[in-house]
Design a protein around this ligand. Structure first.
Ligand SMILES: [Zn+2]
Length: 50
């Protein structure tokens, strides 16, 4: 199973079935452990991707 790091909480998330869904920022897809983490990211993506 492939995993990616949730940029908010640094948890490993299953990329095939991310519990918090995904977001695309600057051409890169990010995966989230929860809706809360995704919403936090979407509020200020640059803060978590720089
Ligand atoms: Zn998270």
């Amino acid at each position: 199973m492939a995993t990616a790091k949730d940029p908010i909480c640094a948890m490993d998330v299953d990329t095939a079935n991310p519990p918090g869904g995904t977001a695309v920022h600057a051409g890169q897809t990010y995966y989230f452990c929860s809706n809360g983490c995704r919403k936090t990211f979407e509020k200020d993506p640059a803060k978590y991707t720089s």
